[in-house]
Design a protein around this ligand. Structure first.
Ligand SMILES: CC(=O)N[C@@H](Cc1ccccc1Cl)C(=O)N1CCC[C@]12C=C[C@@H]1CC[C@@H](C(=O)N3CC[C@@H]4C=C[C@H]5[C@H](C)C[C@@H](C(=O)O)N5C(=O)[C@H]43)N1C2=O
Length: 113
């Protein structure tokens, strides 16, 4: 429930998904734009997930579990990416500071999983 997860970071980014057919990054959700992207830690079972909601209409544009095997690729200072069995996700951060703080939290989660 709401109180069983706590946010360990939030960052502003546009959430992208790689479209294998067109070989292009496309915005996740119904339109492009910035989202608030959190890493939530489940307080009791030590699991983590990435949840992002559009700033404008709160549409959930990413909701993916962070597995211990996740390879977090910081492709550029403001574009980070990772895969799961279905998608390749890209976060195009609005600033280097947002990217750094998100990456620190992701690396922490991957260390404690
Ligand atoms: C083994 C493996 O899976 N490897 C993945 C990466 C990875 C490694 C290790 C662990 C996990 C993952 Cl996921 C990979 O390489 N993948 C995953 C799918 C796509 C890609 C494949 C080829 C291209 C080539 C170029 C690059 C790309 O996409 N880059 C570069 C930065 C650059 C920054 C911003 C975005 C911008 C939003 C729009 C667009 C623009 O700039 O116009 N753009 C980009 O062009 C963005 N690629 C990739 O990332």
């Amino acid at each position: 429930n709401y109180f069983s997860e706590t946010s360990i970071t939030s960052a502003r980014a546009s959430v992208m998904i790689y479209d294998d057919n067109s070989k292009k990054w496309v915005p996740s959700g119904t339109s492009s734009g910035l989202s608030k992207v959190h890493i939530f830690k489940h307080v009791t079972n030590n699991t983590f997930r990435v949840v992002g909601r559009k700033l404008q209409d709160h549409e959930v544009v990413i909701n993916c579990v962070i597995l211990k095997t996740l390879k977090y690729n910081q492709a550029t200072t403001t574009f980070h990416q990772w895969r799961d069995n279905k998608h390749v996700y890209g976060l195009n951060f609005s600033s280097k500071e947002d990217a750094d703080s998100f990456a620190r939290a992701m690396v922490y989660a991957l260390e404690v999983l």
